[in-house]
Design a binder for this molecule. Structure first.
Ligand SMILES: [Zn+2]
Ligand SMILES: [Zn+2]
Length: 244
């Protein structure tokens, strides 16, 4: 793993900040959806939100810390959260954080027969050849379904869940949040442009590939961590209780 710049706060505070901002940006859905952050090498242990709590009210101390190979589902944890996030963390990839939402534009893309994100603007190019689509929706993801999703995601930062929603991953919470944020924006621009009914103007694959590599340069320079640190500062300035 390349050296990633530090973001302030404890893992609990960082994940709580992510929940608050997902709610503020309307990327959440009711009290459903889940986000998890590994707290041990290889994803053996991770933090995740308890069932039935709104993202806007979650504080650092509310988060559950669970064992990825713990067998029984911990009390207070949603069954699909346990199945999918547990399976993905267990696979021990270099994925520290998994954000799972049903955000509007990503989910709208997941409703299409052929959910693709052509390189029509630079946010979309960030995900050029970096989005994996799961076409195997078969009810709410449990058991084998979860293991399959984990394997399918591979190294891709975005796993679009057909007929369902999206999973964004990253080495840390800042990277995962930045991926989800930009993916939602990219889907929004694309779907709005497509809804105009006018012809789209995708760039050539080599331009899209070059632009994706330029996004990597931003990431290596710490842009996702700077974004996330700013989000924490904004909550702190308001006296928000997410760190409690
Ligand atoms: Zn879901
Ligand atoms: Zn989930």
């Amino acid at each position: 793993m390349s050296e990633i710049p530090e973001i302030p706060g404890t893992p609990r505070e960082q994940l709580a900040c992510a929940f608050r901002w997902l709610a503020r940006l309307d990327l959440h859905e009711a009290t459903a959806n889940h986000c998890s952050l590994a707290t041990a090498e290889g994803g053996e242990r991770f933090l995740i939100n308890p069932a039935g709590r709104h993202f806007a009210e979650l504080r650092a101390s509310d988060l559950l810390e669970v064992e990825a190979r713990g067998g029984e589902r911990p009390a207070g944890l949603d069954p699909t959260a346990w199945a999918i996030h547990g399976a993905m963390h267990r696979q021990g990839r270099e994925v520290g954080c998994i954000l799972h939402t049903h955000s509007l534009y990503a989910t709208a893309l997941a409703c299409l027969e052929a959910p693709e994100l052509p390189p029509v603007e630079q946010n979309a190019m960030r995900f050029f050849e970096r989005m994996v689509v799961d076409h195997g929706f078969d009810g709410m993801g449990l058991g084998d379904e979860a293991e399959r999703l984990g394997r399918l995601a591979g190294e891709a930062p975005i796993l679009l869940l057909g007929n369902h929603g999206v999973l964004a991953t990253g080495a840390d919470v800042a990277e995962a949040f930045d991926n989800l944020y930009y993916f939602e924006r990219a889907c929004r621009s694309y779907l709005v442009a497509r809804a105009s009914g006018l012809p789209l103007a995708p760039v050539a694959p080599e331009v899209a590939r070059k632009t994706a590599a330029q996004w990597d340069d931003y990431a290596w320079a710490g842009a996702p961590q700077a974004h996330f640190a700013a989000l924490m500062r904004l909550l702190d300035k308001e006296g928000d209780d997410y760190r409690n």
